[in-house]
Design a protein around this ligand. Structure first.
Ligand code: FAD
Ligand code: MLT
Ligand code: ZN
Length: 499
């Protein structure tokens, strides 16, 4: 785990006392299960999904109502106690984990669906509703949550909004900045801001909710989310393709937009290295495998294509969608853009194909750790970052898949290429400062030089706290700090992170 030798606890923050814990018990109405002080029980809240960041919180609070959240924050603000809001704790930048002894405020006991209108498609939920639960609820009514991601079984809708998560459906349904209609937020002084009844259109002044979408717990606690949900597509197809070059990935994207147009719902890419990592975890034959034999550990290598593409189509008329996809595939195979492919409509096959894409996050972490970079770049240069990083790691003699004495297993690229979003994962045998120094700030400088963003979707959190300047200007950073000071003058909300 990361240690923080160069960081000091802010002495302005009070240390937790027994009297504070008593006060919180009072606020939670004597609900003992909502006040966690046992060190074993606190382990989950003090460590992130990658096991990279570790905090030392002595207290986790699990309120059940917005009123309780308000009273807790007011108390913390009055007593200068620092707070880290936490949803499903699946964040990938260390934002959900305390750095020192901040109090964790978990939303997991606020997990009810508040209402759903099956004419407008407006869903209102508590922030702690798990994304997959919300989507399953919507499925029963013929609707779909406009966001999907690999962590859906654990992440919260509130956490998704707090990180402005992008995910696999952004290409089709756009970002949460568009689909979230209203929020209920508790400010650090306990004030409750409620725009849950907002309608689709509302031009009465500043759109305040936008400030909290992607604020990563630094301005207030989101307790309720109102979101516009589309009708659930009745026909879903996936094509999993092998292509010979990154140029061919881009060409396939261009043609997919042209020919599949309104039914195109995801366009993802994976390099071969990412599929090798996935093969080591999934231990089944690759979707495009011909007759590769598994080795003695049960792993069979994916075929030799340098890149793979996963295309999803979703629509309301199966025959129409099938015909469109078929003709698209015929065209791209015939003109040589795509070299190989397989198609599926069957629910369990769909899930298997997605696993070779969604599983890469977990597969990159299977050898002991992962350094993750989640970046936006202009499409023509997007993959060059992965190549540059591989060269640099080799120059420093740090990388080998087979030689266990080298700290880095491999550097892999994949992601939402349809949104210009690359995920670069450096899979390591353990967290290692030498590797980190070779990667950072190199990766951030490279992104700045190529006019990208150092975070496309995971946010800044703790990992990128010193690197905001690679994407935001000094003027923008000053405005961000001004807003933070205005809403959180004592700085109690998620301190030591990106502001
Ligand atoms: P947490 O991890 O608990 O918190 C994340 C941040 O939000 C923290 O800073 C926290 O303080 C803050 N926060 C949480 N809840 C609240 C709240 N109610 N009010 C205020 N602040 C709050 N992200 C993508 O964008 N796209 C992906 O495709 C994607 N795929 C993923 C796949 C896997 C396997 C994993 C592990 C993660 C993935 N992520 C992805 C990362 C993503 O940020 C999270 O999965 C998710 O959005 C975070 O939700 P959470 O409830 O787990 O939040
Ligand atoms: C993804 O797209 O798979 C996610 O953002 C998670 C990740 O890349 O690790
Ligand atoms: Zn992603």
């Amino acid at each position: 785990s990361e240690s923080y030798p160069n960081l000091e606890r802010n002495k302005d923050f009070a240390k937790l006392s027994d009297a504070d814990i008593e006060a919180f018990k009072q606020i939670l109405g004597g609900n003992a299960s909502g006040v966690i002080t046992n060190s074993d029980d606190l382990l989950f809240f003090n460590e992130d999904w990658m096991r990279k960041y570790k905090g030392q919180s002595q207290l986790c609070l699990k309120p059940k109502t917005t009123e309780q959240v308000s009273q807790i924050l007011k108390y913390c603000n009055d007593h200068k106690l620092a707070v880290v809001p936490q949803g499903g704790n699946t964040g990938l930048v260390g934002g959900s984990i305390p750095v020192f002894d901040e109090i964790v405020l978990s939303l997991s006991n606020m997990n009810s669906v508040r209402s759903f209108d099956n004419v407008s498609g407006i869903l209102k939920v508590d922030a702690g509703v798990v994304l997959e639960t919300a989507d399953m609820y919507l499925a029963e009514q013929g609707f779909i949550f406009p966001l999907d991601l690999g962590a859906k079984g654990s992440c919260h809708v509130g956490g998704n909004v707090a990180t402005n998560a992008g995910g696999l459906r952004l290409l089709r349904f756009g970002s949460l900045h568009g689909s979230v209609l209203g929020l209920e937020v508790v400010l650090p002084d306990g004030t409750i801001v409620n725009s849950m009844d907002a309608l689709r259109k509302d031009n009465t002044g500043y759109d305040l909710k936008q400030l909290f979408i992607g604020s990563e717990g630094t301005l207030g606690i989101i307790t309720g989310v109102s979101i516009l949900c589309p009708a659930r597509p009745k026909a879903v197809n996936i094509a999993f393709l092998g292509v010979e070059s990154y140029e061919a990935v881009q060409e396939t994207f261009k043609k997919a937009k042209n020919e599949l147009s309104e039914i195109l719902s995801a366009f993802e890419f994976m390099d071969r290295s990412s599929q090798v990592l996935a093969a080591h975890m999934i231990k089944q034959s690759h979707p495009l495998a011909q007759d590769e034999e598994p080795d003695s550990t049960g792993v069979s290598q994916p075929p030799e294509y340098p890149f793979y593409v996963l295309i999803e189509t979703s629509g309301s008329n199966k025959d129409h969608d099938d015909a469109k996809l078929e003709s698209f595939l015929e065209n791209v195979m015939e003109d040589g853009t795509v070299s190989d492919g397989t198609v599926s409509q069957d629910e369990s096959q769909l899930r298997t194909l997605w696993r070779w894409r969604e599983g890469i996050a977990e597969a990159s972490n299977q050898f002991g750790g992962v350094y993750k970079y989640d970046v936006s770049l202009p499409l023509p240069v997007l993959y060059e970052l992965v190549e540059a990083v591989k060269v640099r790691l080799a120059e420093h003699d740090l990388i080998s898949f087979d030689d266990a004495s080298k700290p880095v297993v491999d550097a892999v690229g994949y992601g939402h290429v349809g949104d210009g979003n690359l995920h670069l994962n450096v899979s390591v045998r353990g967290y290692n400062k030498d590797v980190e120094k070779v990667l950072e700030p190199f990766v951030y400088e490279w992104i700045q030089e190529h006019k990208g963003s150092i975070s496309a979707e995971h946010g800044l959190g703790f990992q990128k706290k010193n690197y905001v300047g690679y994407t935001k200007s000094d003027v923008e950073i000053k405005l961000i700090k001004d807003l933070k000071k205005h809403y959180d003058p004592n700085g109690i909300m998620n301190p030591y992170k990106y502001i």
